[in-house]
Ligand binder design. Sequence first.
Ligand code: FDA
Length: 496
Amino acid sequence: GDGAHVPVLVIGTGYGGSVAALRLAQAGVDVHMVEMGMAWDTPGPDGKIFVNTKSPDFRAYWLRTRTKQPISNFLGFPIDKDVPRYTGILDAEEFGGIIVYQGRGVGGGSLVNGGMAVTPKRENFGGVLPSVNPDEMYSTYYPRANAELGVNNVDPAWWETVDCYQYARVGRKHAQRSNFAFTLVPNVYDMNYMKQEAAGTATKSAVDGEILYGNNYGKKSLQKTYLAKARATGRVQISTLHRVTSVSPSGSSYRVVIEQLNTDGSIAATKAVTADRVFFSAGSVGTSKLLTKLKATGALPNLNGEVGKGWGDNGNVMVGRANHLWDPTGAVQTSIPTAGIDNWAAGGAFAEVAPIPTGIETWASFYLSITKNPNRAQFTWNASANKVDLNWQTAWKQPSIDMAKSIFDKINAKEGTIYRTDLFGVYKIWGDHLTYHPLGGAVLNKATDNYGRLAGYSGLYVMDGSLIPGNTSVNPFVTITALAERNIERIIATDL
Ligand code: FDA
Protein backbone atom coordinates (compact mmCIF):
# COMPACT_ATOMS: atom_id res chain seq x y z
CA GLY A 1 0.00 0.00 0.00
CA ASP A 2 0.83 3.69 -0.19
CA GLY A 3 3.71 4.69 2.10
CA ALA A 4 4.93 1.13 2.64
CA HIS A 5 8.60 0.20 2.94
CA VAL A 6 10.06 -2.93 1.34
CA PRO A 7 13.61 -4.31 1.37
CA VAL A 8 13.58 -5.16 -2.34
CA LEU A 9 11.28 -3.98 -5.08
CA VAL A 10 11.45 -5.67 -8.48
CA ILE A 11 9.95 -3.82 -11.46
CA GLY A 12 8.52 -6.42 -13.85
CA THR A 13 7.85 -10.17 -13.71
CA GLY A 14 9.63 -11.42 -16.86
CA TYR A 15 12.73 -13.64 -16.93
CA GLY A 16 15.18 -11.27 -15.23
CA GLY A 17 12.75 -10.23 -12.52
CA SER A 18 11.64 -13.79 -11.79
CA VAL A 19 15.21 -15.02 -11.35
CA ALA A 20 15.99 -12.09 -9.03
CA ALA A 21 12.85 -12.68 -6.95
CA LEU A 22 13.41 -16.41 -6.53
CA ARG A 23 17.07 -16.20 -5.56
CA LEU A 24 16.60 -13.24 -3.21
CA ALA A 25 13.67 -14.96 -1.50
CA GLN A 26 15.69 -18.16 -1.12
CA ALA A 27 18.40 -16.03 0.51
CA GLY A 28 15.82 -14.87 3.06
CA VAL A 29 14.94 -11.47 1.61
CA ASP A 30 11.34 -10.26 1.27
CA VAL A 31 10.62 -9.19 -2.30
CA HIS A 32 7.80 -7.12 -3.73
CA MET A 33 7.27 -7.40 -7.49
CA VAL A 34 5.38 -4.71 -9.39
CA GLU A 35 3.83 -5.73 -12.72
CA MET A 36 1.92 -3.37 -15.03
CA GLY A 37 0.04 -6.22 -16.70
CA MET A 38 -2.61 -8.56 -15.35
CA ALA A 39 -2.25 -11.70 -13.24
CA TRP A 40 -3.64 -14.05 -15.96
CA ASP A 41 -4.98 -16.49 -13.38
CA THR A 42 -8.73 -16.12 -13.96
CA PRO A 43 -10.79 -17.68 -16.78
CA GLY A 44 -12.56 -15.37 -19.23
CA PRO A 45 -16.11 -15.68 -20.57
CA ASP A 46 -15.21 -18.80 -22.58
CA GLY A 47 -13.86 -20.57 -19.50
CA LYS A 48 -10.25 -20.17 -20.61
CA ILE A 49 -7.66 -17.77 -19.29
CA PHE A 50 -5.99 -17.13 -22.65
CA VAL A 51 -7.61 -16.51 -26.02
CA ASN A 52 -6.66 -18.49 -29.11
CA THR A 53 -4.36 -16.93 -31.71
CA LYS A 54 -7.00 -17.60 -34.36
CA SER A 55 -9.71 -15.52 -32.67
CA PRO A 56 -8.27 -12.53 -30.77
CA ASP A 57 -10.68 -10.74 -28.42
CA PHE A 58 -10.34 -8.14 -25.66
CA ARG A 59 -7.69 -10.27 -23.93
CA ALA A 60 -5.28 -10.20 -26.86
CA TYR A 61 -3.78 -6.70 -26.99
CA TRP A 62 -2.38 -4.18 -24.55
CA LEU A 63 -4.57 -1.05 -24.70
CA ARG A 64 -5.44 -1.09 -28.41
CA THR A 65 -8.79 -0.72 -30.15
CA ARG A 66 -7.68 -2.82 -33.11
CA THR A 67 -5.51 -5.91 -33.26
CA LYS A 68 -1.96 -5.52 -34.65
CA GLN A 69 -1.21 -9.04 -35.81
CA PRO A 70 2.40 -9.77 -36.82
CA ILE A 71 1.13 -11.39 -40.03
CA SER A 72 -1.30 -8.60 -40.92
CA ASN A 73 -2.66 -9.86 -44.24
CA PHE A 74 -3.61 -13.06 -46.00
CA LEU A 75 -3.81 -13.20 -49.80
CA GLY A 76 -3.37 -9.44 -49.47
CA PHE A 77 -6.50 -8.93 -47.36
CA PRO A 78 -6.04 -7.23 -43.98
CA ILE A 79 -6.98 -9.56 -41.13
CA ASP A 80 -6.86 -7.15 -38.17
CA LYS A 81 -10.12 -6.41 -36.39
CA ASP A 82 -11.56 -4.10 -33.77
CA VAL A 83 -11.29 -5.14 -30.11
CA PRO A 84 -12.27 -3.34 -26.90
CA ARG A 85 -9.44 -1.41 -25.27
CA TYR A 86 -8.16 -3.57 -22.43
CA THR A 87 -4.98 -4.41 -20.55
CA GLY A 88 -4.48 -7.46 -22.76
CA ILE A 89 -1.51 -9.75 -22.96
CA LEU A 90 0.43 -8.69 -26.08
CA ASP A 91 1.82 -5.20 -26.49
CA ALA A 92 2.62 -4.08 -30.03
CA GLU A 93 4.53 -0.99 -28.97
CA GLU A 94 5.11 1.43 -31.84
CA PHE A 95 8.20 3.57 -32.16
CA GLY A 96 9.03 5.64 -35.26
CA GLY A 97 10.73 2.86 -37.21
CA ILE A 98 9.77 -0.40 -35.51
CA ILE A 99 6.96 -2.19 -33.68
CA VAL A 100 8.28 -4.01 -30.61
CA TYR A 101 6.12 -6.96 -29.48
CA GLN A 102 6.21 -7.70 -25.74
CA GLY A 103 4.28 -9.73 -23.19
CA ARG A 104 2.27 -7.93 -20.50
CA GLY A 105 1.32 -9.66 -17.29
CA VAL A 106 2.75 -11.93 -14.61
CA GLY A 107 5.42 -13.83 -16.52
CA GLY A 108 6.25 -11.08 -19.05
CA GLY A 109 7.33 -12.42 -22.42
CA SER A 110 7.04 -16.02 -21.22
CA LEU A 111 3.25 -15.65 -21.54
CA VAL A 112 3.28 -14.99 -25.28
CA ASN A 113 6.53 -16.32 -26.70
CA GLY A 114 7.15 -19.42 -28.81
CA GLY A 115 9.06 -21.13 -26.03
CA MET A 116 12.14 -21.75 -28.18
CA ALA A 117 14.83 -22.25 -25.56
CA VAL A 118 18.11 -21.95 -27.39
CA THR A 119 21.57 -21.68 -25.87
CA PRO A 120 23.93 -19.84 -28.24
CA LYS A 121 26.78 -21.83 -29.72
CA ARG A 122 29.77 -21.30 -27.51
CA GLU A 123 31.89 -19.97 -30.37
CA ASN A 124 29.37 -17.12 -30.78
CA PHE A 125 29.16 -16.16 -27.10
CA GLY A 126 32.01 -13.63 -27.24
CA GLY A 127 29.92 -11.60 -29.66
CA VAL A 128 26.87 -11.78 -27.38
CA LEU A 129 28.28 -10.75 -23.97
CA PRO A 130 31.94 -9.83 -24.46
CA SER A 131 32.63 -9.01 -20.78
CA VAL A 132 31.27 -12.30 -19.39
CA ASN A 133 33.44 -15.37 -18.79
CA PRO A 134 32.03 -18.08 -21.09
CA ASP A 135 33.40 -20.92 -18.93
CA GLU A 136 31.14 -20.06 -16.00
CA MET A 137 28.15 -19.49 -18.27
CA TYR A 138 28.43 -22.85 -20.05
CA SER A 139 29.40 -24.86 -16.97
CA THR A 140 27.02 -23.33 -14.44
CA TYR A 141 24.51 -20.69 -15.49
CA TYR A 142 23.20 -21.98 -18.82
CA PRO A 143 22.61 -25.45 -17.30
CA ARG A 144 20.93 -23.85 -14.25
CA ALA A 145 18.66 -21.72 -16.44
CA ASN A 146 17.71 -24.65 -18.70
CA ALA A 147 16.86 -26.82 -15.68
CA GLU A 148 14.71 -24.19 -13.93
CA LEU A 149 12.90 -23.20 -17.15
CA GLY A 150 11.91 -26.82 -17.83
CA VAL A 151 13.55 -26.95 -21.23
CA ASN A 152 12.85 -30.21 -23.10
CA ASN A 153 13.27 -31.68 -26.57
CA VAL A 154 10.77 -33.01 -29.05
CA ASP A 155 10.94 -36.78 -29.57
CA PRO A 156 12.59 -36.98 -33.02
CA ALA A 157 10.79 -40.20 -33.99
CA TRP A 158 7.39 -38.64 -33.22
CA TRP A 159 8.37 -35.40 -34.96
CA GLU A 160 9.11 -37.40 -38.12
CA THR A 161 5.58 -38.68 -38.48
CA VAL A 162 3.06 -36.41 -36.79
CA ASP A 163 0.76 -34.21 -38.93
CA CYS A 164 1.32 -31.03 -36.92
CA TYR A 165 5.05 -30.91 -37.78
CA GLN A 166 4.64 -31.46 -41.52
CA TYR A 167 5.42 -27.75 -41.98
CA ALA A 168 8.72 -28.23 -40.16
CA ARG A 169 9.63 -31.33 -42.19
CA VAL A 170 8.94 -29.39 -45.39
CA GLY A 171 11.22 -26.69 -43.98
CA ARG A 172 13.92 -29.30 -43.40
CA LYS A 173 13.59 -30.79 -46.87
CA HIS A 174 14.02 -27.40 -48.51
CA ALA A 175 16.92 -26.45 -46.23
CA GLN A 176 18.79 -29.69 -46.78
CA ARG A 177 18.28 -29.73 -50.54
CA SER A 178 20.13 -26.39 -50.56
CA ASN A 179 22.83 -27.76 -48.23
CA PHE A 180 21.96 -25.70 -45.15
CA ALA A 181 22.45 -27.05 -41.63
CA PHE A 182 19.06 -27.84 -40.07
CA THR A 183 18.71 -28.36 -36.33
CA LEU A 184 15.95 -29.34 -33.96
CA VAL A 185 15.91 -26.86 -31.07
CA PRO A 186 14.69 -27.26 -27.48
CA ASN A 187 11.51 -25.66 -26.14
CA VAL A 188 9.79 -25.10 -22.80
CA TYR A 189 6.49 -26.48 -24.11
CA ASP A 190 5.77 -29.85 -22.46
CA MET A 191 6.38 -32.18 -25.40
CA ASN A 192 4.62 -35.09 -23.69
CA TYR A 193 1.51 -32.93 -23.43
CA MET A 194 1.77 -32.11 -27.13
CA LYS A 195 1.92 -35.80 -27.98
CA GLN A 196 -1.32 -36.31 -26.06
CA GLU A 197 -2.99 -33.36 -27.80
CA ALA A 198 -2.00 -34.70 -31.19
CA ALA A 199 -3.30 -38.16 -30.23
CA GLY A 200 -6.60 -36.66 -29.08
CA THR A 201 -6.21 -37.71 -25.44
CA ALA A 202 -5.69 -34.22 -23.97
CA THR A 203 -7.34 -30.84 -24.55
CA LYS A 204 -5.85 -29.29 -27.67
CA SER A 205 -3.63 -26.30 -27.07
CA ALA A 206 -0.49 -25.77 -29.18
CA VAL A 207 -1.92 -28.13 -31.78
CA ASP A 208 -4.98 -25.85 -31.97
CA GLY A 209 -2.89 -22.68 -32.35
CA GLU A 210 -2.70 -21.33 -28.80
CA ILE A 211 0.44 -19.26 -28.28
CA LEU A 212 0.64 -15.57 -29.20
CA TYR A 213 -2.05 -14.46 -26.72
CA GLY A 214 -1.10 -17.05 -24.11
CA ASN A 215 -1.31 -20.82 -23.83
CA ASN A 216 -3.78 -22.60 -21.57
CA TYR A 217 -2.08 -26.01 -21.17
CA GLY A 218 1.37 -27.27 -22.18
CA LYS A 219 3.51 -24.15 -22.16
CA LYS A 220 5.78 -23.83 -19.15
CA SER A 221 5.62 -20.08 -18.70
CA LEU A 222 7.38 -18.41 -15.76
CA GLN A 223 4.10 -18.70 -13.84
CA LYS A 224 4.72 -22.46 -13.72
CA THR A 225 8.49 -22.38 -13.12
CA TYR A 226 10.49 -19.58 -11.47
CA LEU A 227 7.47 -17.63 -10.19
CA ALA A 228 5.73 -20.70 -8.74
CA LYS A 229 8.91 -21.52 -6.85
CA ALA A 230 9.35 -17.90 -5.77
CA ARG A 231 5.80 -17.70 -4.39
CA ALA A 232 6.28 -21.01 -2.56
CA THR A 233 9.01 -19.39 -0.44
CA GLY A 234 6.32 -17.18 1.11
CA ARG A 235 8.59 -14.18 0.67
CA VAL A 236 7.44 -12.89 -2.72
CA GLN A 237 4.39 -10.73 -3.34
CA ILE A 238 3.23 -9.47 -6.72
CA SER A 239 1.12 -6.37 -7.33
CA THR A 240 -0.52 -6.56 -10.76
CA LEU A 241 -1.90 -3.69 -12.82
CA HIS A 242 0.69 -1.52 -11.11
CA ARG A 243 3.11 0.46 -13.26
CA VAL A 244 6.28 2.08 -11.92
CA THR A 245 6.74 5.64 -13.17
CA SER A 246 9.58 6.95 -11.02
CA VAL A 247 12.49 5.88 -8.82
CA SER A 248 14.55 8.49 -6.96
CA PRO A 249 16.85 8.58 -3.93
CA SER A 250 15.20 9.17 -0.56
CA GLY A 251 17.62 9.17 2.37
CA SER A 252 19.45 5.86 2.29
CA SER A 253 16.73 4.16 0.23
CA TYR A 254 14.63 4.88 -2.89
CA ARG A 255 11.19 6.38 -3.39
CA VAL A 256 9.23 4.47 -6.01
CA VAL A 257 6.12 6.00 -7.58
CA ILE A 258 3.55 3.55 -8.89
CA GLU A 259 0.31 4.01 -10.84
CA GLN A 260 -2.46 1.50 -10.30
CA LEU A 261 -4.28 0.84 -13.58
CA ASN A 262 -7.85 -0.04 -14.43
CA THR A 263 -8.35 -2.60 -17.20
CA ASP A 264 -9.21 0.20 -19.65
CA GLY A 265 -5.78 1.70 -18.99
CA SER A 266 -7.01 4.63 -16.92
CA ILE A 267 -5.24 5.38 -13.64
CA ALA A 268 -7.09 4.24 -10.54
CA ALA A 269 -4.59 5.56 -7.98
CA THR A 270 -1.03 6.79 -7.58
CA LYS A 271 1.07 5.42 -4.74
CA ALA A 272 4.58 5.89 -3.39
CA VAL A 273 6.60 3.30 -1.50
CA THR A 274 10.22 3.18 -0.36
CA ALA A 275 12.65 0.36 -1.09
CA ASP A 276 16.23 -0.28 -0.02
CA ARG A 277 17.03 -1.88 -3.36
CA VAL A 278 15.31 -1.68 -6.72
CA PHE A 279 15.74 -4.12 -9.59
CA PHE A 280 14.83 -2.76 -13.04
CA SER A 281 13.45 -5.87 -14.76
CA ALA A 282 10.88 -4.20 -16.98
CA GLY A 283 12.35 -5.71 -20.15
CA SER A 284 14.70 -4.06 -22.63
CA VAL A 285 12.16 -1.42 -23.65
CA GLY A 286 10.55 -0.94 -20.23
CA THR A 287 13.82 -0.58 -18.33
CA SER A 288 15.43 1.60 -21.02
CA LYS A 289 12.42 3.91 -21.12
CA LEU A 290 12.37 4.30 -17.35
CA LEU A 291 16.11 4.92 -16.98
CA THR A 292 16.25 7.33 -19.92
CA LYS A 293 13.37 9.36 -18.50
CA LEU A 294 14.68 9.31 -14.92
CA LYS A 295 18.15 10.48 -15.97
CA ALA A 296 16.83 13.23 -18.25
CA THR A 297 14.22 14.57 -15.83
CA GLY A 298 16.59 14.73 -12.87
CA ALA A 299 15.19 11.88 -10.74
CA LEU A 300 18.40 9.84 -11.25
CA PRO A 301 20.86 12.38 -12.67
CA ASN A 302 23.99 10.36 -11.82
CA LEU A 303 23.19 7.52 -14.22
CA ASN A 304 25.92 7.47 -16.83
CA GLY A 305 25.76 8.36 -20.51
CA GLU A 306 25.42 4.74 -21.58
CA VAL A 307 21.79 4.64 -20.41
CA GLY A 308 19.47 4.24 -23.41
CA LYS A 309 22.24 3.13 -25.76
CA GLY A 310 23.11 -0.12 -27.50
CA TRP A 311 19.59 -1.23 -28.37
CA GLY A 312 19.10 -3.87 -31.06
CA ASP A 313 16.30 -6.01 -32.51
CA ASN A 314 18.21 -9.32 -32.49
CA GLY A 315 18.17 -8.91 -36.27
CA ASN A 316 14.58 -10.17 -36.52
CA VAL A 317 13.02 -10.33 -39.96
CA MET A 318 10.10 -12.45 -41.18
CA VAL A 319 9.39 -13.91 -44.59
CA GLY A 320 7.08 -16.42 -46.25
CA ARG A 321 7.79 -18.61 -49.26
CA ALA A 322 5.13 -19.87 -51.64
CA ASN A 323 5.32 -23.63 -52.02
CA HIS A 324 4.18 -25.71 -54.96
CA LEU A 325 0.69 -27.21 -54.82
CA TRP A 326 2.24 -30.70 -54.55
CA ASP A 327 4.26 -29.67 -51.49
CA PRO A 328 1.72 -28.71 -48.78
CA THR A 329 2.77 -27.65 -45.25
CA GLY A 330 -0.40 -29.06 -43.64
CA ALA A 331 -3.69 -27.66 -42.35
CA VAL A 332 -2.81 -28.63 -38.77
CA GLN A 333 0.32 -26.85 -37.55
CA THR A 334 1.38 -26.80 -33.93
CA SER A 335 2.14 -23.29 -32.77
CA ILE A 336 5.37 -24.45 -31.10
CA PRO A 337 8.41 -24.17 -33.36
CA THR A 338 11.09 -26.83 -32.95
CA ALA A 339 13.49 -26.24 -35.79
CA GLY A 340 15.94 -23.80 -37.30
CA ILE A 341 18.14 -23.35 -40.35
CA ASP A 342 21.62 -22.41 -39.20
CA ASN A 343 23.57 -20.24 -41.63
CA TRP A 344 25.00 -17.97 -38.92
CA ALA A 345 28.69 -18.52 -39.65
CA ALA A 346 28.48 -18.18 -43.43
CA GLY A 347 25.56 -15.80 -43.90
CA GLY A 348 24.75 -14.23 -40.50
CA ALA A 349 21.28 -15.77 -40.26
CA PHE A 350 19.56 -18.36 -38.03
CA ALA A 351 16.05 -18.93 -39.37
CA GLU A 352 13.31 -20.50 -37.29
CA VAL A 353 10.88 -22.60 -39.27
CA ALA A 354 7.69 -21.03 -37.92
CA PRO A 355 4.08 -22.18 -38.15
CA ILE A 356 1.13 -20.36 -39.66
CA PRO A 357 -1.49 -22.01 -37.45
CA THR A 358 -4.60 -20.92 -39.33
CA GLY A 359 -6.23 -24.35 -39.47
CA ILE A 360 -6.21 -24.35 -43.28
CA GLU A 361 -3.60 -25.28 -45.86
CA THR A 362 -1.69 -22.12 -46.78
CA TRP A 363 0.96 -23.54 -49.14
CA ALA A 364 3.37 -21.25 -47.35
CA SER A 365 6.61 -21.85 -45.53
CA PHE A 366 7.13 -19.18 -42.91
CA TYR A 367 10.32 -18.13 -41.16
CA LEU A 368 11.45 -15.79 -38.39
CA SER A 369 15.13 -15.11 -38.98
CA ILE A 370 17.56 -13.93 -36.33
CA THR A 371 20.38 -12.12 -38.10
CA LYS A 372 23.67 -10.46 -37.27
CA ASN A 373 22.32 -6.96 -37.95
CA PRO A 374 25.00 -4.51 -36.74
CA ASN A 375 22.69 -1.49 -36.31
CA ARG A 376 22.08 -0.19 -32.79
CA ALA A 377 19.55 2.41 -31.73
CA GLN A 378 19.26 4.81 -28.81
CA PHE A 379 16.40 5.84 -26.53
CA THR A 380 16.10 9.58 -25.85
CA TRP A 381 13.79 11.71 -23.73
CA ASN A 382 11.33 13.80 -25.75
CA ALA A 383 10.46 16.55 -23.26
CA SER A 384 7.81 18.28 -25.37
CA ALA A 385 5.89 15.04 -25.96
CA ASN A 386 6.63 13.78 -22.43
CA LYS A 387 7.75 10.39 -23.73
CA VAL A 388 10.80 8.34 -24.66
CA ASP A 389 11.66 7.95 -28.35
CA LEU A 390 13.75 5.27 -30.07
CA ASN A 391 15.71 6.32 -33.17
CA TRP A 392 15.58 2.95 -35.01
CA GLN A 393 14.93 3.41 -38.75
CA THR A 394 13.03 0.86 -40.84
CA ALA A 395 15.84 0.98 -43.43
CA TRP A 396 18.22 -0.38 -40.76
CA LYS A 397 16.67 -3.81 -41.39
CA GLN A 398 18.30 -4.03 -44.83
CA PRO A 399 21.31 -5.98 -43.48
CA SER A 400 18.85 -8.46 -41.93
CA ILE A 401 17.02 -8.87 -45.22
CA ASP A 402 20.32 -9.44 -47.02
CA MET A 403 21.39 -12.05 -44.46
CA ALA A 404 18.02 -13.85 -44.59
CA LYS A 405 18.29 -13.85 -48.39
CA SER A 406 21.56 -15.79 -48.01
CA ILE A 407 19.26 -18.68 -47.10
CA PHE A 408 15.98 -18.09 -48.91
CA ASP A 409 17.17 -16.84 -52.31
CA LYS A 410 19.12 -20.06 -52.56
CA ILE A 411 16.19 -22.23 -51.46
CA ASN A 412 13.84 -20.48 -53.89
CA ALA A 413 16.29 -20.98 -56.75
CA LYS A 414 16.67 -24.66 -55.91
CA GLU A 415 12.96 -25.33 -55.41
CA GLY A 416 11.75 -23.09 -58.25
CA THR A 417 9.62 -21.13 -55.75
CA ILE A 418 9.07 -17.46 -54.96
CA TYR A 419 8.50 -15.29 -51.88
CA ARG A 420 4.98 -14.69 -50.59
CA THR A 421 4.03 -11.08 -51.15
CA ASP A 422 0.65 -11.12 -49.38
CA LEU A 423 1.41 -11.62 -45.67
CA PHE A 424 2.50 -8.15 -44.57
CA GLY A 425 0.41 -6.02 -46.94
CA VAL A 426 -0.12 -5.84 -50.67
CA TYR A 427 3.12 -6.81 -52.36
CA LYS A 428 5.37 -6.67 -49.34
CA ILE A 429 7.79 -9.56 -49.05
CA TRP A 430 9.74 -8.82 -45.86
CA GLY A 431 8.37 -8.46 -42.35
CA ASP A 432 10.93 -5.76 -41.56
CA HIS A 433 8.70 -3.53 -39.45
CA LEU A 434 8.86 -5.46 -36.17
CA THR A 435 10.85 -7.36 -33.58
CA TYR A 436 9.98 -10.01 -31.00
CA HIS A 437 13.43 -9.79 -29.41
CA PRO A 438 14.26 -6.31 -28.04
CA LEU A 439 17.69 -6.30 -26.38
CA GLY A 440 19.93 -3.64 -24.86
CA GLY A 441 19.47 -0.07 -23.66
CA ALA A 442 21.28 -0.54 -20.32
CA VAL A 443 24.21 -2.63 -21.46
CA LEU A 444 26.24 -4.76 -19.06
CA ASN A 445 29.64 -3.32 -18.16
CA LYS A 446 28.59 0.03 -19.71
CA ALA A 447 25.45 1.45 -18.08
CA THR A 448 26.04 -1.00 -15.22
CA ASP A 449 29.06 -2.76 -13.82
CA ASN A 450 29.81 -6.31 -14.97
CA TYR A 451 27.02 -7.70 -12.71
CA GLY A 452 24.17 -5.31 -13.43
CA ARG A 453 24.74 -2.71 -10.69
CA LEU A 454 23.71 0.64 -12.15
CA ALA A 455 26.52 3.19 -12.29
CA GLY A 456 25.92 6.19 -10.05
CA TYR A 457 23.63 4.58 -7.43
CA SER A 458 24.25 1.78 -4.97
CA GLY A 459 21.19 -0.43 -4.53
CA LEU A 460 19.88 0.01 -8.08
CA TYR A 461 20.25 -2.93 -10.45
CA VAL A 462 19.30 -3.89 -14.00
CA MET A 463 18.29 -7.52 -14.48
CA ASP A 464 16.67 -8.27 -17.85
CA GLY A 465 17.27 -8.20 -21.60
CA SER A 466 18.41 -4.57 -21.54
CA LEU A 467 21.83 -5.77 -20.32
CA ILE A 468 22.49 -7.62 -23.59
CA PRO A 469 23.91 -5.42 -26.35
CA GLY A 470 21.39 -6.01 -29.11
CA ASN A 471 21.89 -9.59 -30.29
CA THR A 472 22.12 -13.13 -28.91
CA SER A 473 22.62 -15.04 -32.22
CA VAL A 474 19.61 -17.22 -31.30
CA ASN A 475 16.32 -16.67 -29.41
CA PRO A 476 17.15 -14.68 -26.28
CA PHE A 477 15.31 -15.85 -23.16
CA VAL A 478 17.70 -18.62 -22.09
CA THR A 479 20.58 -16.14 -22.23
CA ILE A 480 18.58 -13.49 -20.32
CA THR A 481 17.80 -16.10 -17.65
CA ALA A 482 21.35 -17.46 -17.42
CA LEU A 483 22.85 -13.98 -17.17
CA ALA A 484 20.38 -13.11 -14.41
CA GLU A 485 21.38 -16.29 -12.53
CA ARG A 486 25.03 -15.29 -12.80
CA ASN A 487 24.49 -11.71 -11.68
CA ILE A 488 22.12 -12.37 -8.79
CA GLU A 489 24.46 -14.97 -7.34
CA ARG A 490 27.21 -12.34 -7.16
CA ILE A 491 24.88 -9.63 -5.85
CA ILE A 492 23.55 -11.87 -3.06
CA ALA A 493 27.08 -12.91 -2.10
CA THR A 494 28.52 -9.41 -1.92
CA ASP A 495 25.79 -6.76 -1.56
CA LEU A 496 23.35 -8.15 0.99
P1 FDA B 1 9.97 -9.30 -20.18
O1 FDA B 1 9.63 -8.45 -21.32
O2 FDA B 1 9.83 -10.75 -20.27
O3 FDA B 1 9.36 -8.81 -18.83
C1 FDA B 1 9.24 -7.46 -18.47
C2 FDA B 1 7.98 -7.27 -17.63
O4 FDA B 1 7.99 -5.96 -17.05
C3 FDA B 1 6.68 -7.36 -18.42
O5 FDA B 1 5.81 -8.26 -17.78
C4 FDA B 1 6.13 -5.93 -18.41
O6 FDA B 1 4.72 -5.87 -18.43
C5 FDA B 1 6.70 -5.39 -17.12
N1 FDA B 1 6.87 -3.93 -17.09
C6 FDA B 1 7.40 -3.14 -18.08
N2 FDA B 1 7.44 -1.86 -17.67
C7 FDA B 1 6.93 -1.82 -16.42
C8 FDA B 1 6.70 -0.77 -15.48
N3 FDA B 1 7.05 0.51 -15.74
N4 FDA B 1 6.13 -1.07 -14.28
C9 FDA B 1 5.78 -2.36 -13.99
N5 FDA B 1 5.98 -3.40 -14.85
C10 FDA B 1 6.55 -3.12 -16.05
N6 FDA B 1 12.41 -15.60 -26.90
C11 FDA B 1 12.94 -16.84 -26.95
O7 FDA B 1 14.01 -17.06 -26.38
N7 FDA B 1 12.30 -17.84 -27.61
C12 FDA B 1 11.12 -17.63 -28.27
O8 FDA B 1 10.55 -18.57 -28.85
C13 FDA B 1 10.56 -16.32 -28.25
N8 FDA B 1 9.41 -16.03 -28.94
C14 FDA B 1 8.81 -14.79 -28.78
C15 FDA B 1 7.57 -14.53 -29.36
C16 FDA B 1 6.92 -13.32 -29.13
C17 FDA B 1 5.60 -13.04 -29.77
C18 FDA B 1 7.53 -12.33 -28.29
C19 FDA B 1 6.86 -11.03 -28.01
C20 FDA B 1 8.76 -12.60 -27.72
C21 FDA B 1 9.42 -13.80 -27.96
N9 FDA B 1 10.65 -14.08 -27.38
C22 FDA B 1 11.22 -15.33 -27.50
C23 FDA B 1 11.37 -13.04 -26.61
C24 FDA B 1 11.31 -13.21 -25.10
O9 FDA B 1 9.98 -13.40 -24.68
C25 FDA B 1 11.92 -11.96 -24.44
O10 FDA B 1 13.27 -11.86 -24.87
C26 FDA B 1 11.90 -12.02 -22.92
O11 FDA B 1 10.57 -12.14 -22.44
C27 FDA B 1 12.54 -10.79 -22.31
O12 FDA B 1 12.69 -11.02 -20.91
P2 FDA B 1 12.93 -9.83 -19.91
O13 FDA B 1 13.14 -10.39 -18.56
O14 FDA B 1 13.98 -8.93 -20.47
O15 FDA B 1 11.59 -8.95 -19.94
